[in-house]
Design a protein around this ligand. Structure first.
Ligand code: 6DF
Length: 474
């Protein structure tokens, strides 16, 4: 147990740290004394099962012994070396990704390491624009790609563009930072239960079987002029935005990019390294991207790390030039040691396979809950990343009308996902969502069956409360 004076910790936390997603007045500290596996442990010993997996980023579980041991050994050798220097850790991390994980697909060329997912997306956008010598990038509704300028420009989740909300309109400075830089076009999200184009899934395919949202995206790019478009960036399944596409969407987007000669950036920051039951989510669909951004599960967040993998053609192009970019911590030796140990642990323990099997069990349990709870309109996902869509009726109408276009002007405590979260915590389970109406469940790849049962029991308990005390009361 730490010897921290938690009263003092909370005082300093409130006094000296800038908050996000809450005003200073609203902010409530959540003291965590330590972590273990899928659990957070509070100073009074309360253990919380974390069904957010923090930010869907602790793939091998908290405090993994192999990763921690690798970090300790690296600390005996290094402080810090910048990217111009060569270390065994960085070279091995690159080899593990390009050859051991991706080698059998034969598309991956080279990797560049950075420290966060936003930097990975920034680098992916930079490379795409350099390689195609074009500026425009296509993104989608409800996309989340990061908080830096370029990654924010392709982030379309209205409540997550690093702006400040009109909680106090009179004090809001003119203009809201984080707006896009105009070099971005926005395509529809494949959110079939609430189609932006007004279609019903099943009757939205054209005579060639192409989805209406893909056809719209294609027409949008052709109208803009494909010769101006460098790439489309997509999460394979939208993480923060909580949208699972129909199975044919990703293959059709990939086909469209080939026909229009634009690049496909697959943003696998959240879905990579086994989270969906494959090493990378794109592998569910039998396609290969041109560029992949990754972070979170690359080191299971033991030490921050991110990366961008480019295909062989782009690697060959980049190798011809002196690329004038630098990031102080690119290839940080201690972070690279964590990446190597994390990947080797996933391989040695067959955690991708465990994630896939856990997904089958989670799906079975969620379908059971759906048959019991009228507020569940849809369950979707794979591996240890799931969506539970809470609805008003069998027409799948949202409980909170604004749905995924919400911003934090309104008090989020009234959102169904936050009501569920507040109730489930009584059972020692943290479960909720980023969107008002959509639970977004994430667990570690090696989560136990017992902990899945515990999470589902807590969700059952919270949904019973929500439906009887909230929905039926209104
Ligand atoms: N790309 C994707 N996700 C991401 C993220 C980034 C890039 C945020 C933190 C999230 C996810 C789910 C719920 C709530 O934060 P970062 O710079 O390391 O990575 C940016 C697909 O999901 C971050 C928040």
């Amino acid at each position: 147990m730490s010897q921290a004076d938690w009263k003092k910790v909370e005082e300093w936390d409130k006094k000296y740290i800038l908050r996000t997603f809450s005003t200073q007045e609203e902010y409530q500290p959540i003291p965590i004394e330590s972590t273990e596996g899928d659990y957070l442990i509070m100073p009074d010993g309360t253990r919380l099962l974390d069904c957010f997996n923090q930010l869907y980023c602790v793939n091998v579980g908290q405090k993994n012994e192999k990763v921690n041991q690798a970090i300790k050994e690296a600390l005996d050798r290094y402080g810090f070396l910048q990217d111009a220097y060569t270390t065994d850790y960085k070279a091995k991390a690159a080899k593990l990704i390009i050859e051991d994980i991706l080698g059998n697909e034969d598309w991956a060329g080279k990797v560049r390491f950075v420290s966060t997912g936003s930097e990975a997306v920034e680098t992916a956008l930079m490379i795409a624009r350099l390689y195609k010598n074009r500026q425009l990038v296509v993104t989608r509704e409800y996309a989340y790609h990061g908080f830096t300028k370029g990654s924010t420009s392709v982030t379309r989740l209205k409540g997550s563009r690093s702006g400040i909300t009109e909680t106090n309109p009179s004090s809001l400075p003119q203009g809201v930072p984080g707006q896009d830089n105009g070099l971005v076009a926005v395509a529809p999200s494949p959110n079939c239960i609430r189609c932006s184009l007004g279609h019903q899934y099943g009757s939205c395919h054209d005579e060639n079987g192409e989805l209406a949202c893909v056809k719209y995206t294609r027409r949008m790019i052709e109208n803009q002029g494909r010769e101006q478009v460098a790439a489309i960036i997509t999460e394979v399944t939208q993480g923060a935005g909580s949208v699972q596409p129909p199975d044919e969407y990703i293959p059709q987007i990939r086909q469209m990019t080939k026909e229009l000669d634009i690049l496909w950036i697959a943003d696998e920051v959240l879905t990579g390294f086994g989270r969906t039951g494959e090493w990378f989510a794109y592998q569910h669909y039998g396609v290969q991207p041109d560029i992949v951004s990754m972070a979170k599960g690359i080191s299971s967040s033991a030490i921050p790390a991110g990366a961008v993998v480019v295909n062989k053609e782009i690697a060959e192009f980049m190798d011809q030039y002196r690329w004038e970019t630098v990031s102080t911590y690119s290839g940080h030796p201690i972070a690279m040691a964590a990446v190597c140990a994390n990947i080797e642990h996933i391989m040695e323990e067959n955690l991708v396979d465990k994630s896939r099997k856990a997904g089958h069990y989670i799906q079975q349990k969620l379908i059971e809950l759906k048959s019991k709870h009228f507020s569940i309109g849809q369950v979707a996902g794979y591996g240890v990343l799931w969506i539970v869509e809470l609805v008003k009726d069998d027409k799948m109408r949202p409980l909170v009308e604004i749905d995924r276009n919400f911003t934090h002007e309104v008090d989020p405590s009234t959102f169904p996902t936050n009501i569920i979260r507040e109730k489930a915590i009584e059972k020692g389970v943290l479960i909720g969502g980023v969107m008002p109406n959509t639970l977004r469940i994430g667990l570690s790849l090696n989560v136990s069956k017992e902990d899945i049962d515990k999470a589902m029991d807590a969700l059952d308990f919270a949904l019973t409360h929500f439906e009887s005390k909230v929905l039926q009361a209104n």
